[in-house]
Design a protein around this ligand. Sequence first.
Ligand code: ADP
Length: 443
Amino acid sequence: MEARSIRFRLTAWYAIVLAAALALFGGLIWLSLRQRLVGEVDEELQRGASRFEAYVRTESLEYSGKHLVGELAEFCQALPSSTHLELRGSKGFAFRYPVSGTPVGGLMRTTERSFRIGEEDFRLTLGTSSHEIDHTLDLLKILLLTLIPAVILIACLGGAWLSRRALRPVDEITVAARHIGIENLSERLPAPGTGDEIQRLTEVWNTMLDRLESAVKTLSQFAADASHELRTPLAVIRTSAELALRRAREPEAYRDSLSEVAEEAERMTQLVEDLLFLARSDARNSAMPMTPFDLRDAVRDAVAEVRDLARAKDVELRLSLPAEEVASHGNRAATRRLYLVLLDNALKYSHPGGRVNVALTGSAHEITVTVEDFGIGISPEDLPHIFQRFYRADKARTSSGDGHGGHGLGLSLAETLAQVHGARIAVKSVEGEGSVFSVVYTR
Ligand code: ADP
């Protein structure tokens, strides 16, 4: 057993507690037995003293001096063997039994009494050796001192065995857990089926593995999608460059090719930035510095940034903000980015000559920012998926539109950003009529 294992500590604690309890128990037994034995001896001495006193009274009527001593010695023979006795009279009478024994005062238990017969005062001392008591108590002590360690030893062995049995599933789980890695995340720990704490622990571990597995799946899907998305612009760049280099051309033709390359590079930059942003917010949501700011400012910034785009697309941008400050806590740049995504989409999917309404409203419980467009809308089939990474409704339509085909990352980014700020995004959309995206902050 390792010194730091639960089994060792359990057994050690068990042994300590048991030893203390048994020591207390043994000590109490010893003490109470001693008290009891001493009490019995004392009572016996008292009775003996009374009987002897009575005997002296009757015999002294008939005898005196030597004769009395003889009678008394006879009486004493009937006393228990270890009894010692002394009787002294005020007029010089002295009797001692046994004649050549230890003086009564050196014995362990003694009793004394005084009485008067006629003109003479008598003093009677009765004693008995504690030898028998000591013997009994010593026996008990030896018994306890050998039995208690034996009991503790047996209990420890039993306890160690029990705790090994109880903890064996833990070892099994440890072994199984050691084998689970990123390459076999679908494996699960063996549940002992005992319905106890260990089974619950295993189940919790297994649900954690479920979550990890799906997170890893999402991540690798994300990586695969990202590489796939990057391949297209890279291919365009390569073919443009290769075509341009195939033979000598006019400067105009080179310029066309180069601007195509630049445009694709720009798309790639945007994509890579979005990917980085998503990856970073996946990794550590809380790392974004949060400060208090006026939500109106973030919305105003985002709207200002898309003004030119709106003009170019001939879409009217209407902004309605409350007059008083809307205090908010979060990352202002991230909030601006969130509204840029929504505004960008609203403009992207609006018809020329259309309109986009942006409004900030607040109630006692919620602050809501809505971005409303009257463009192509979203079909009910697509609606549940638009927040997924790389999802694009009707890809042909999106990319053939005005060359502004996105990567399907915008809304997923927006949702992540909203979550970081404790907000959620709600969508209402009717195909062919337009969409409303609302970001709802609960106060
Ligand atoms: P994208 O870069 O393709 O716009 P998003 O994640 O921002 O990616 O959006 C996902 C899909 O949701 C879009 O491809 C588009 O089909 C749909 N969508 C998002 N916003 C709107 C909108 N305002 N009107 C219509 N469709 C929208």
